[in-house]
Design a protein around this ligand. Structure first.
Ligand code: HEC
Length: 72
């Protein structure tokens, strides 16, 4: 029983870190380029499996910059 009491808060902390980490990654993308999400994403809800990238998003993924990206 003692062990379980230690394990639950540890799991909660780990889960919080995971959630914070992935939110940080996506907000960071938009902050870094100071652009709205729709600059690189089609309408909808981007996920890891299907990020819904538009032409600009694909360019950004390939080159890592918006420099020289196609016009919106
Ligand atoms: C400068 C272009 C750009 C902007 C702006 C941008 N994204 Fe992305 N996003 C990308 C690219 C490129 C990927 C694909 C990354 C990959 O496949 O490796 C991506 C992937 C994602 C994913 C998939 C999960 C992941 O981390 O791979 C989510 C969710 C997401 N974006 C949400 C957002 C949200 C929400 C915003 C606005 C706050 C946003 N993006 C703004 C370029 C952008």
């Amino acid at each position: 029983m003692k062990r379980l009491r230690l394990l639950i808060p540890a799991a909660a902390v780990a889960a919080a870190f995971l959630v914070a980490g992935s939110a940080y990654a996506t907000v960071e993308m938009s902050k870094k380029e100071k652009k709205p999400c729709t600059t690189c994403h089609e309408k909808g809800r981007p996920t890891k499996e299907n990020p819904l990238l538009n032409a600009i998003g694909k360019f950004y993924k390939e080159k890592g910059t918006l420099e020289g990206a196609p016009k919106q």
